[in-house]
Design a protein around this ligand. Sequence first.
Ligand code: ADP
Ligand code: MG
Length: 638
Amino acid sequence: MTAETASPDSAEEAPHAKETRGFQTEAKKLLKLMINSLYSNKEVFLRELISNASDAIDRLRFEALADESLIADDPDFRIVVDFDKEAGTVSVADNGVGMSRDDVVANLGTIAKSGTEEFFDRLTGEEQADSALIGQFGVGFYSSFIVAKEVEVLTRRAGEAAGTRWVSSGEEDFTVETVADVPRGTRVTLSLRGDATEFADGFRLRSVIRQYSDHVGIPVMMAKEGGDDGDEEAAPELETVNEAKALWTRSRTDISDDEYKAFYKHVSHDFEDPAVWSHNKVEGKLEYTSLLYVPKRAPFDLYNREAPRGLKLYVQRVFIMDEAEQFLPLYLRFIRGVVDSSDLPLNVSREILQSDERIRTIKNALTKRVLDMLGKMDADAYAEIWDEFGQVLKEGIGEDFANKDDVLGLLRFASTESADSAQRTSLKDYIGRMKEGADKVYYLIAESDAAARQSPHLEAFRARGIEVLLLSDRIDEWWMSFAGEFDGKTFQDVARGELDLGEPEAAEKEEDEKEVEDEEPLLKRFKDALGDQVESVRKSTRLTDSPACLVLGEHDMGIQMRRIMEATGQSAPESKPHLEVNLRHPLIGHLNREVDEDRFADLVAIIFDQASLAEGNTVAEPGKYVQRVNKLLLDLLS
Ligand code: ADP
Ligand code: MG
């Protein structure tokens, strides 16, 4: 190849000059990790390079819709894989869109993915744990360095005259220089490491291509076998090695699970297999094909609602755009895949997608398909999906009224039914265990699972053998406000309003005898001592073991919503709890006989603070609380 080497002491600030650039710190770390952790999975480099080549061709095909001249010189899209046994090299070349010099520096020197920072924060420095993480991050172009001691990229952007040569050994830095006479597209050439020379072999390369890249809709070609390398004068005859038919256009029965999985890795840039997928062709008024995947693991930016998401959109097999987010609701942003429509125009834009009635119809259908696919998963596999994506699915209850019941059906909860919070229950199972005639689904929202399990609000339910769902996600209070009912049962927060649970079971009744009689004066003394810290003080039917608890008014804002509002700089409406007092508790009996008003006020203040602590909240004035308790301890000890 002819390199136009700019003279190093050239006077003008030459944009063509060869320069050496350092890798971005993150890119360097990723490179090192990758080389150390993927040695048992070396062949993934070929999948990644072919995947990039195919993306580049898709992009050029799309650009050529508007400007045919971009491909006039070489209209037959293809990917060519070549090798040289003696030199120990393998190359992957495409005639796709290519890269400008700036593109090269940006794309092959940094990691532009969202979530990069979070990813590196999670690295432990421990090789084993870190290697597991890297798969989630996706490996991409840098996987070349698993097998290569040096990589050369020769590329020319379609429509530009000059090409760029990039060379690196994948350690500290790379060089870039502008070169002439580069064919359109990109050729990546790997100089194999000593332990990877097996790949400079036609048989090996063909088998890897068939295994990983059969689904690529573009011919992946290699020189015909037999000519025995040697002479390079005549261009060797090429043959297509892969199936070269876009996977989703084939019939379901012809596609193996391995092919579906390989295609998933291509569209998602994920390194792991998908959990499940659904492939459908719809004919009729609207014609489209969709292939939707549920990943096994959440991406790093799952909770960033602005992060890129969505499906790859094709129109009549022509790639139109990545991340078409109009085909699924936000709460299903973790779904990956493609949708190929026969009805949309090739020049469809994001703006058109936004307002097109046909898109809305497809979106509704795909949403149902995803919910259906999740609902049909076997319990164990779904439990893992729930752990990854459950919090995001909950958003659907507030955002997708039409499918609220289906989304509710997908929710899983920790519950008093099992002491193990990892053992989750569905609403259907909860309702199945309900007593005859019961009509409420009881739930408790707390700051953490541990706080929920220790909450005094559960006492009455325990005494009556009634199951309570335990919620501790940040958004639980929010979505619950939209839940309404499920299967004819309404939801009831156990920490809200007055409870009517009926009589407790017989054993508890004897204790009633110890109950404080003539409770009104005592409750009034409580209220006077607490002043306007509480809305009211009343007799509790909730408690068996605790002396008191705090209860919210039916429509008051709970602690989670308050925190969310504060975090977003809004002020939450003022509301005070009700204090419920357990008149059967011995402590309350003693208090009733306390004649020293100061001491009474101190004790009531302690009980009030403790009711807050018991729910996992803080007390308003911790210093005062400690002083009061210490005073009591001193009385006790002296
Ligand atoms: P990803 O494919 O997930 O974006 P990669 O690490 O595989 O990440 O590639 C990084 C970027 O480099 C790509 O997004 C693309 O812009 C560019 N790139 C890589 N290979 C090619 C190629 N063959 N042709 C054009 N651009 C490429
Ligand atoms: Mg890639």
